[in-house]
Design a protein around this ligand. Sequence first.
Ligand code: PTJ
Length: 265
Amino acid sequence: MSTSASSKSKSSLIPKSHPRAKSLLVREKLVQGFDAGLVAKEGLLAQGRGEAFDYLLGEKTGKAARNAIKAAAAQLLLADYPIISVNGNIAALCPRQIIRLAKQINAKLEVNLFYTSEKRKKAIVKILRENGAKEILGIDPKKATKLSGIDSARRIVDKNGIYAADVVVVPLEDGDRTSALRKAGKTVITFDLNPLSRTSQTANITIVDNVTRAVDLLREQSKKLAAKTNQKTLQKIIDEFNNKKNLSENIIQIKNNLTRRAGIA
Ligand code: PTJ
């Protein structure tokens, strides 16, 4: 990724020994992604919101998130035509990981932006290609069509991509499209650190975890299940998963962390 000298030097200003080095380095990825034209200004704010929830969750993948990852892996393995939607934040934070996930589950990638701009789309396509993506949907105007029930630019989808998909992965999403996708009969899987967001509450499967941790975990889980699980067992994993219950468990995890930190447990 081409980055400005200033953001490069800022990464090198974070000492490895800093107690919050990991989180600060992820933040720098976003800043570098912004400088490289991948991330919308609003994407920086979204990251800040995510960081706050990650802090409350303990900055690790909890049990509830692991269960959601397992259900998502089963759902993706049973999908006929899965698509992963890529926005600016994903392109900046984990381009290689998202491409590896797509390969593992045989899914296609579609660039779909909320704050749409041709220039940013081109930068995102470039970074995906540099990281090994062969086929990228959502960039050919001749293949564009509209998803009904949504007013934002996210309504423009690829006829051969999200429009045709049965399962759609929408990381860091806004609630409107999740709801429109559900109404269009699609199964929606999201990554969202905020268990209270409309997206989290509307998706079929919400992975309440940082994409920088969870994308690789989802790929590993998909590989594991693909190797030794039959269709009936995969369906059982999905049937036993309850998104509302899983979100409650994440909220309880936050509550327990806060109680412990307050010294009242
Ligand atoms: O690139 P674009 O134009 O498509 O725009 C992308 C953003 C992210 C700006 C857009 O989708 C947006 O405005 O999203 P929201 O409504 O701010 O929602 C983002 C959600 O993702 C919030 O609930 C955050 O808590 C959550 N989030 C932020 N960073 C992460 C995250 N979830 C998982 N991992 C993260 N790293």
